[in-house]
Design a protein around this ligand. Structure first.
Ligand code: NAG
Ligand code: NAG
Ligand code: NAG
Ligand code: NAG
Ligand code: NAG
Ligand code: NAG
Ligand code: NAG
Ligand code: NAG
Ligand code: NAG
Ligand code: NAG
Ligand code: NAG
Ligand code: NAG
Length: 589
């Protein structure tokens, strides 16, 4: 027979696979079953979102250029999208997992993400992007290791430890969502979790009995890489470890100039790698602390995360007061100076052998400028909303990228203003018109009273300046044009601005949002649409075959054969893809 028929089928499958990835690069596979479980991180039983029955979810471990395949089964009672925060999704916003670009995965369905972690290294995390679900969990770390042939700018660590910190409410995410929909503020969180666990009982009055806390086990005389992510809702956290220095080494995909910090402020959505040297004499265990910043500490004492660093030769329990936070209550200058001290190691290799600083961002001419200004929440049409430049973003029923593909008109407007609107605020699906291969300067001006962090998907941007007051043209004189860090999330202090530069080389539709979950939920975001006027599949991958349809395109969606989805086993699916991978590698080399 049928050899020809067999080969024909084979080639079809290879074509399908190679259409969206580079067959020669290795694959890593994950199966994520997303469901509710009951947990009591703060001593109160509540519904949390688990992945494979784990809260937080498993860490994804990949290497530069790997093809990552994640089959997501939605066992929640709501639709779901997973967003891979900081993963650049080169040439494919189809996999970004945000409502402006992808249709949601309905309850009981599964959907397979497949993307290449092209030319990236570093520490990132994933989380569910719809319905305020991140407040209930569903998050986990995402590591991209250097390829063996590319040196890392420090000795190979003796261990690699992911630490997820974040503020937490004992109310479930539907209750929190209802409060926001009713125009209420969420109020003070009930605690800070470290890896999904509540605080160690360092004080009997402040911490009740019977709370399960996180313990990090280490050996003396070693160096560990700690990857710390703030996956919380809206609280900036100060991270510190008693009697230990934190040597900052990497942030969101860039190696930094290595410097010691006794503590570092980690704002919502930010990720940092520290090298921790276990150089203490282990007279006891040590506290790991994540405490709220810029708040009245006497009121916020119980909103403090405490975990334990335990040496294998430890002589006893951690005791006494927690290590001090920065002594600068209400003074954000210290924090801003610390942020400015985080710089790019321009001579270190990134994901490629050439130095990170070989892209001389400081000598490139800016082609378009956007000043984006946020304000405290406002009322629009009787609803409490947040805005960016006077616009409160409304997610379209038909995702923007899909609407473009099928030429559905009227889904969004490409009219996001380059300067804040002065008229009354409005609700719109208004998108930034980005010029492919342009070099965009964005000034984020925070007119609110709380720190905001902004994140751009699809890119790493250069953080070139931040200061108090209103930004003006003269502010450019203070820009760091040499070693500003390239990352995907930056803080903007209240009454201050942060300037970023973006090289618009990634075609797609990319979300620019505040990471503060309540502000995001109420509309503080937009998208940047980057289109290559030349029709080619070299700058953007074709739409994946398994794309989901919704909104104006719902009729195209076939019902999912759930019986097939549950009958085929994971291992046979992996084997199937592995066979194809080997076969395509043989054919193309
Ligand atoms: C890319 O485009 C070329 C020519 O336009 C076409 O031959 C090729 O099949 C396309 N590849 C994919 C993966 O769509
Ligand atoms: C990630 O995988 C690599 C290679 O398989 C392994 O050496 C490394 O220890 C893993 N890292 C983590 C944090 O699991
Ligand atoms: C659902 O998962 C199965 C494997 O468990 C996979 O074969 C199938 O392609 C998935 N369906 C979709 C729509 O991704
Ligand atoms: C920067 O990276 C280089 C190359 O890996 C390394 O030798 C150097 O120690 C790093 N410098 C700092 C200050 O971290
Ligand atoms: C979520 O919280 C609301 C309000 O407290 C409660 O009525 C509901 O039962 C909770 N849902 C679950 C699944 O725990
Ligand atoms: C525990 O916390 C309470 C309230 O902040 C404080 O008054 C008390 O001194 C603390 N106890 C110890 C042993 O530090
Ligand atoms: C950082 O602190 C450690 C001690 O904890 C010290 O050994 C190391 O030399 C310091 N590194 C830098 C770059 O200051
Ligand atoms: C070492 O341990 C002793 C008690 O065993 C303690 O008094 C001393 O302060 C410790 N030194 C350091 C540097 O932690
Ligand atoms: C902080 O809170 C305490 C207790 O509620 C209050 O007495 C104090 O005045 C507050 N401090 C400031 C600076 O607001
Ligand atoms: C930037 O613009 C200046 C003047 O407008 C021009 O002289 C220079 O060549 C431009 N630089 C680049 C790299 O395009
Ligand atoms: C978007 O920008 C491109 C240039 O990059 C321009 O040709 C186009 O007219 C703009 N579209 C709108 C709606 O402003
Ligand atoms: C907000 O903007 C107004 C008008 O520009 C200014 O007077 C005020 O100081 C700003 N407030 C903050 C917190 O930035």
């Amino acid at each position: 027979m049928a050899l020809s028929k067999f080969l024909g089928l084979f080639l079809i499958h290879i074509a399908l696979l190679s259409s969206s990835c580079f067959a020669a690069d290795p694959f890593v596979f994950y199966d994520f079953e997303v469901s509710y479980i009951t947990a009591s991180p703060l001593g109160v039983p509540q519904q949390v979102i688990a992945i494979n029955n784990k809260f937080p979810g498993p860490t994804i471990n990949s290497t530069t250029n790997n093809n990552v395949v994640i089959n997501v089964r939605n066992k929640l009672d709501e639709s779901l999208l997973l967003h891979w925060s900081g993963i650049q999704q080169r040439r494919s916003s189809w996999q970004d997992g945000l409502p402006g670009t992808n249709c949601p995965i309905p309850p009981k369905w599964n959907w397979t993400y497949q993307f290449q972690v092209k030319d990236q290294i570093g520490s990132f995390f994933y989380f569910p992007s719809l319905h305020f679900q991140r407040a209930a969990g569903g998050f986990g770390g995402f590591i991209i290791n250097n390829r063996d042939i590319i040196p890392i700018p420090f000795g190979s660590p003796d261990g690699d430890i992911t630490i997820l910190i974040g503020d937490w409410y004992t109310r479930n995410h539907t209750a929190l969502r209802k409060a926001l929909d009713a125009g209420k503020d969420l109020g003070m969180p009930d605690g800070v979790l470290i890896n999904g666990k509540g605080p160690y009982q360092y004080n009997d009055t402040l911490v009740p009995d019977g709370i399960d806390y996180e313990t990090i086990d280490v050996h003396p005389g070693k160096t560990y890489r700690l990857r710390v992510h703030n996956v919380g809702i809206s609280t900036s956290l100060n991270f510190r470890i008693q009697s230990h220095n934190l040597l900052l080494a990497e942030t969101e995909g860039s190696y930094t100039v290595q410097q010691n910090y006794t503590s570092l402020d980690i704002h919502v959505g930010q990720s940092y790698s520290f090298l921790l040297t276990t150089d203490q004499n282990a007279s006891s265990d040590y506290y790991i602390v994540a405490s709220a910043r810029f708040v009245n500490e006497s009121q916020w004492k119980r909103v403090t995360g405490v975990a334990i660093l335990r040496y294998s030769n430890s002589k006893g329990k951690a005791a006494g007061p927690l290590p001090d936070p920065p002594q600068d209550e209400y003074d954000k200058t210290f924090s801003m100076n610390q942020a400015r001290s985080i710089r790019w190691n321009v001579s270190a290799s990134g994901a490629r052998p050439n130095p990170q600083g070989s892209f001389r961002y400081g000598s490139i001419n800016v082609t378009e400028i956007f000043v984006l200004k946020n304000k405290p929440p406002v009322t629009i049409d009787g609803k409490r909303r947040t805005t960016l430049s006077g616009i409160s973003f409304v997610n379209p029923a038909t995702p923007i990228r899909l609407a473009d593909q099928f030429k559905v008109k009227g889904v969004y407007k490409l009219d996001f203003p380059s300067r804040p609107l002065t008229g009354p605020p409005k609700m719109e699906t208004s998108v930034i018109n980005g010029t492919f291969r342009g070099f965009m300067e964005v000034i984020l001006q925070n007119n609110d009273t709380k720190v905001q962090t902004y994140h751009l998907s699809g890119y790493a941007f250069f953080v070139v300046g931040m200061d108090y007051g209103e930004w003006s043209e003269n502010s450019r004189g203070t820009y760091n044009k040499w070693d500003g860090i390239a990352r995907s999330t930056t803080q903007v202090y209240p009454g201050a601005w942060t300037a970023i530069l973006i090289s618009l080389d990634n075609v797609g539709v990319w979300n620019l949002r505040t990471e503060n979950l309540d502000s995001w939920y109420l509309g503080q975001e937009t998208y940047i649409r980057v289109v290559n006027p030349e029709v080619t599949n070299k700058t953007e991958l074709p739409m994946p075959d398994n794309v989901l349809y919704c909104g104006a395109l719902s009729k195209r969606q076939k019902p999912q054969d759930i019986s097939f989805a549950t009958s085929i086993t994971t291992s046979s699916w992996k084997l199937f893809l592995a066979v194809l991978m080997v076969a395509s590698a043989l054919l193309f080399h």
